[in-house]
Design a protein around this ligand. Structure first.
Ligand code: AHR
Length: 351
């Protein structure tokens, strides 16, 4: 808005002086005021990771419905198709278009210093959403809002430990389908698992990226099943990978679920993910909340009002399981409830 208002004011001043010079008594004032009301719009350039998952679709929808024209925004949306080079180009385009704010959902953590410095030099606030950036200078972005991905991994692993104990599982042999390598969601969830595996003596028998997609999740699971016949847990780093893994397991003639051959664990708690949790195909699903539109808007509103914003803000997230074998988990001395999923709960969910 700042940039546009200044441009609009300059334009209005020029029009007004021309009008005075020509003896025009304000016949153009309506179009001037309509110009200045559209210049009240806040322009936002949003560089989105892609459309790799159900979670991402819900996230895009949240951003688009929040930053709508009715709400006073002009949203320039760019889908980077999971490629950082596309995000770099999009950000440079936003800078050229003199947007008021840049919102970045970064595909991976590293490689942002130069382009964010360019945004800073252009005096444009950058808000990071969902995954994090790893930059040498924190002043290259104004604020971040997203999930505590390591905590999500820790909660899921505490659940697995308690469940395995309750069910008397003698061995825990895990196939690990990772997200996009270098993305915060992958880094945190992988760290959570690797630390727990050491602590509880689990075997991670195979590890492969599924790039947060159903197709790659299925591909990864197929190859892991060919190489290992002792897998009894699959730790998928999102719901879509879990859908692919389930397809691969069933196609291989094995079963999933509490009484099956393999327990499938997942993250996101999308509607389709929790539907599979209700049937037990996914035994435990740890939430990653995608509804960031209103959270980013709150940051922008504060900045518009000249108020301070939190540099980093984590969102609150829940956990859901097929049954109530494990009612809560403890991480860093804090208890987190595990909710047994029901159709009623599923029907009330926002995504
Ligand atoms: O960064 C959030 C992750 O990215 C979600 O878990 C996943 O579904 C998405 O693609």
């Amino acid at each position: 808005m700042k940039r546009k208002v200044i441009t609009a004011l300059l334009a209005a001043t020029m029009v007004a002086s021309l009008a005075v010079g020509c003896g025009n008594k304000g016949g153009d004032s309506k179009s001037d005021s309509s110009k200045s009301s559209s210049s009240d719009e806040i322009t936002i350039g949003f560089s989105q990771v892609g459309a790799e998952s159900d979670w991402r679709t819900a996230n895009t929808e949240s951003m688009k419905s929040t930053f709508s024209e009715e709400n006073g925004y002009e949203l320039i949306f760019d889908d980077a198709q999971q490629k950082q080079e596309n995000q770099l180009t999009a950000i440079r385009n936003f800078i050229q278009q003199e947007v008021d704010y840049i919102v970045l959902a970064p595909v991976t953590e590293t490689g942002w210093d130069t382009v964010l410095q360019e945004a800073k030099d252009a005096d444009i606030h950058v808000i990071i959403v969902d995954r994090m950036v790893d930059v040498s200078d924190d002043s290259l972005y104004t604020a971040w809002v997203g999930s505590n991905f390591k905590m999500e991994g820790q909660k899921a692993c505490e659940w697995l430990n308690a469940y395995a104990e309750a069910k008397g599982m003698k061995e825990v042999n895990i196939a690990h389908i990772q997200g996009t390598i270098g993305a915060s969601a992958q880094i945190g969830r992988t760290e959570g698992l690797e630390e727990a595996a050491k602590e509880y003596g689990w075997n991670i028998v195979a590890q492969q990226t599924g790039e947060f997609t159903q197709a790659k999740g299925q591909e990864g699971m197929e190859s892991m099943l060919k190489q290992h016949d002792n897998i009894n847990v699959v730790y998928c780093e999102n719901d879509n990978e879990a859908f692919g893994a389930i397809d691969a397991i069933e196609a291989a003639g094995k079963t999933v679920g509490p009484d099956g051959d393999i327990l499938v664990m997942s993250f996101d708690t999308t509607n389709a993910g929790l539907t599979d949790t209700l049937s037990g195909k996914i035994i435990c699903d740890t939430e990653c909340n995608p509804l960031h539109g209103p959270r980013v808007e709150e940051i922008i509103k504060k900045l518009e009002d000249g108020k301070d914003v939190d540099k980093k803000a984590y969102v609150e997230e829940e956990m859901f399981a097929y049954d109530d074998t494990v009612k809560s988990v403890k991480v860093d001395d804090k208890d987190y409830d595990v909710t047994k999923i029901t159709q009623e709960i599923l029907d009330k969910r926002a995504y």
